[in-house]
Design a binder for this molecule. Structure first.
Ligand code: AVJ
Length: 348
């Protein structure tokens, strides 16, 4: 392949699955049992998530792609030339293709994803489609990223791309901490292009996470299948049911795995008792108003430059500029779903 610059994946520290046993035991020991959502995204889970993105009821992916397409000239002119583009949770890099095809010159593209096989597949494919583009994939949990690889060509600026409303997986306090780290990593000329799912009626939100074909249910139950396969747990998959209600108070979709009867599941040397109707929380998906998210970004050291949205205000793509990268990554917790890294530390 002439002109293709593709570096082998670097492993972020720690690797995505190293902590599965420990984090699963810690999560299931909480008063409200939980499993961190990053463990949904193994190879099979990533495949199912891609399938979710194409569901009729799941509006975010296609709405965001349309927003990107409709405004691509303005978006890419705000990013400018010779940027180092870093994507957090790159998946198949489908949305990124719009950007790559329209950005004039680039220092390089750095996709970060927790699913190694998918990352490598899509990086190889991209390298073929964009010969001459430097691609430096990083296999890692993006929440654990502490440095971004240097590109051969010195970038004029670093721009983070965080699409899909994946920021919604963090609770708002953790989201501020994470965006602050992005500001720190991108530095003084840095930018952030981020997709944010907007608050909207339950009647639209809940079907998006409880689809009729049952793909989201399969995706959610997959985390128990993975625990059985990789950790030797004995979850009875037929005794848990997927349910994803919108919690109006917190402005978030909550993915639950509801125990259909009283039962006990075993993991390592631990026994976890479930009452009938008790559930495991596997993922939060926070929804934001525009002022709500702009305020959050401001506290993380970003200022809002531009908002693009669809005519129905379902979804926003925001362009933000680093105001204060010196705020630094302080207070960053690796915690998802309310299990902060610090609390875990204290348990050791
Ligand atoms: C990956 C966080 C963007 O919250 O909409 C979709 C994950 N879970 N359906 C979302 C998800 C169930 C998705 N994000």
């Amino acid at each position: 392949m002439n002109g293709v610059i593709l570096h082998p994946p670097r492993s972020g520290r720690p690797r995505s699955c190293d902590g599965f046993l420990w984090e699963a035991v810690a999560g299931l020991s909480q008063p409200q049992k939980m499993l961190p959502c990053k463990f949904l995204y193994d190879e099979e889970g990533s495949r199912l998530f891609n399938e979710i993105c194409e569901l009729e009821e799941y509006y975010p992916t296609r709405t965001e792609s349309q927003i990107l397409r409709d405004n691509i000239a303005e978006i890419t002119s705000l990013i400018g030339s010779e940027c180092r583009l870093v994507e957090f949770g790159s998946g198949r890099s489908l949305k990124t293709r719009h950007l790559l095809a329209h950005l004039p010159t680039m220092a390089g593209y750095i996709p970060i994803d927790i699913s190694g096989p998918q990352l490598l597949r899509s990086a190889v494919q991209l390298a073929g489609e964009f010969p001459g583009l430097e691609i430096d994939p990083v296999e890692a949990d993006y929440a654990e990223i502490t440095e971004i690889p240097d590109t051969k060509q010195k970038p004029r600026r670093t721009v983070a791309f965080f699409p899909g409303s994946t920021v919604g997986n963090f609770d708002p306090v953790a989201a501020i901490a994470f965006l602050r780290r992005i500001a720190f990593l991108c530095g003084s000329e840095g930018g952030l292009l981020i997709g944010v799912d907007r608050k909207k009626p339950k009647g639209i939100l809940e079907p998006a996470y409880n689809d009729r074909k049952g793909v989201t249910a399969k995706f959610n139950l997959g985390i128990l299948a993975r625990a059985n396969r990789e950790l030797g747990a004995d979850f009875d998959l037929s005794a848990f049911r997927h349910h994803a209600p919108y919690n109006e108070t917190h402005g978030r979709i909550e993915m639950h795995l509801v125990s259909q009867r009283a039962q006990t599941a075993h993991l390592d040397s631990h026994a976890f008792r479930f009452e009938e109707g008790e559930y495991i929380t596997t993922e939060y998906s926070y929804k934001y108003t525009l002022p709500g998210f702009a305020g959050l970004a401001l506290r993380a050291g970003f200022e809002l430059v531009r908002n693009w949205e669809d005519p129905n205000h379902l979804f926003s793509v925001l362009c933000l500029r680093v105001r204060d990268w010196r705020a630094g990554p302080k207070g960053v917790s690796a915690g998802f779903n309310g299990v902060p890294g610090k609390a875990c530390e204290a348990w050791r």
